[in-house]
Write a protein that binds this ligand. Structure first.
Ligand SMILES: [Zn+2]
Length: 168
């Protein structure tokens, strides 16, 4: 299996931290490395869905390539990322996927459930839904709200993301 990290960079305002809940679902696009076919629809890798893999290990998605019919597997390795302010300057991992036979090529950050954010005044936003349509052309997805406690607008903007491969 090969370990893939989804890495992100953010810009936020009035926010102290951002958390992906452990139960977050990951809507990703994958490519079959046997035949090179790229899936046109996102697949869902969910911590709620657990299946037995080909060799008896626990996996979160069993996937049959529609083109070459080979069976592939994806297992979630680390979820529940909690990002601090350094996420605005550094690439930060938000999930790790163990992939057999496929590799991730894209991600839908606007799907999979709301995130949580803590305002700089301490207010907890638990319905941070990133919206791809709210974003400017140089952003991927964004969320805007008003923090009554700080009496100011707050925002969370996903600037960019990438998949990084680790040997595993
Ligand atoms: Zn294939």
């Amino acid at each position: 299996m090969v370990l893939w990290q989804l890495q992100t960079q953010w810009e936020w305002d009035g926010i102290a931290s951002l958390q992906f809940p452990e139960e977050h679902d990951w809507h990703i696009f994958i490519k079959c490395i046997q035949c090179g076919e790229e899936g046109q629809r996102a697949v869902v890798v969910s911590p709620q869905l657990v299946e037995e893999g080909i060799r008896g290990a626990v996996v979160h998605l069993r996937y049959t390539c529609w083109f070459c019919r080979r069976q592939h597997e994806i297992a979630l390795r680390s979820t529940g990322a909690n990002l601090g302010g350094e996420a605005m300057y550094e690439w930060k991992n938000v999930v790790s996927l163990d992939c057999r036979g496929v590799e991730p090529i894209d991600w839908r950050p606007d799907m999979g459930g709301a995130l949580r954010a803590a305002g700089e005044g301490g207010y907890e936003f638990d319905e941070v839904a990133l919206d791809a349509e709210d974003a400017n052309t140089d952003q991927v997805a964004a969320w805007y709200d008003y923090d009554e406690q700080q009496q100011r607008e707050v925002s969370v903007i996903l600037q960019r993301y990438r998949w990084a491969r680790e040997s595993g």
